[in-house]
Design a binder for this molecule. Structure first.
Ligand SMILES: Nc1ncnc2c1ncn2[C@@H]1O[C@H](COP(=O)(O)OP(=O)(O)O)[C@@H](O)[C@H]1O
Ligand SMILES: [Mg+2]
Length: 276
């Protein structure tokens, strides 16, 4: 049966081989791991592989500006300069659907302001002052921004309906949305998935967790995932070097590899996995 499943290659050759060609289209994949293990680089591969295949990309980046994402991707052999980019922070509407819609902190800030203004306009008289104010890094703001991105890509004829083209959604990282309330991770993850999951959208979401906060940070997001890729590094004090690893912990509908790969980050190539 697995041959009937459409797959979205991640762009990392060894990983795609380990996944029977890629992640199942329409699935939600969570990438977990501490800082520096290569999560953001995996996101770049996933976006670049999509663009090469003709998939539009919605790229949420909370930790760095998209121009820096593009620059780092270029250093690692993924040139995205030929693709058109539209930031939702921009005032103008794109004339044609772009290849990439970027949702960065400035875009989220703009959407949060719009939501707050709308809530104020809808409130009556004295209630105006008490109208809801939306935070930049709130799950409602993120959901609205992603739906705006779907509209911009003109891949959804009506909100709530499946887009006609295959779209890739990257969220790097989700942890930013519950940084001050880790206990809400599970609830927010559900809310997000219910509001933005579409059959034709394949999503890659990163979650940062330090070993000490594993439970609260990791498990909220892992709960909604169709696939979990975990990345980590050996204790640097013991190893006296940065030794990175990647393992596929879960992948629905996939007879995936079950052993960990060593991860090398190679200029001009990006993530290069090897079996130890
Ligand atoms: N151009 C490059 N060449 C080689 N290694 C790089 C390059 N850029 C980044 N790296 C490596 O990638 C690491 C960052 O990976 P990243 O995906 O940002 O981690 P994470 O998102 O998990 O925090 C850096 O610490 C560095 O070791
Ligand atoms: Mg990162």
């Amino acid at each position: 049966m697995s041959s009937a499943i459409k797959r979205a290659p991640t762009g990392v050759a060894e990983l795609d081989r380990a996944l029977e060609g890629g992640v199942p289209q329409g699935s939600w994949i969570v990438v977990t791991g501490e800082p520096g293990v290569g999560k953001s680089i995996l996101c770049m591969h996933f976006a670049h592989a999509g663009l090469k295949a003709g998939d539009p990309v919605v790229y949420v980046t909370t930790e760095q500006e998209f121009k820096d994402v593009m620059e780092q991707a270029r250093q690692l052999g993924m040139d995205m300069s030929e693709f058109t980019v539209h930031s939702i922070a921009s005032r103008r509407q794109p004339e044609e659907p772009p290849h990439i819609v970027v949702i960065d902190i400035f875009g989220l800030l703009k959407v949060a302001r719009q939501l707050s203004e709308r809530a104020r306009a809808e409130a009556q008289g004295a209630d105006r002052e008490r109208a809801r104010k939306y935070a930049t890094l709130s799950i409602e703001t993120l959901i609205e921004a992603i739906n705006e991105a779907y509209d911009i890509l003109a891949v959804v004829s009506e909100r709530g309906r499946a887009p006609e083209r295959h779209v890739r959604l990257v969220i790097d990282s989700m942890s930013a949305f519950w940084a001050d309330k880790p206990a809400m991770a599970r609830k927010y993850s559900y809310q997000l998935k219910i509001a933005t999951h579409r059959d034709n959208v394949t999503a890659l979401l990163t979650s940062q967790y330090a070993p000490t906060t594993k439970m609260t940070f990791g498990f909220g997001l892992e709960h909604i995932a169709d696939g979990v890729v975990h990345m980590w590094m050996d204790d640097v004090e013991t190893a006296k070097e940065v030794r990175r690893w990647l393992i596929v912990k879960k992948m629905r509908m996939t007879n995936h590899a079950v052993r960990a790969f060593r991860v090398n980050i190679v200029p001009g190539r990006g993530l290069v996995l090897e079996t130890p």
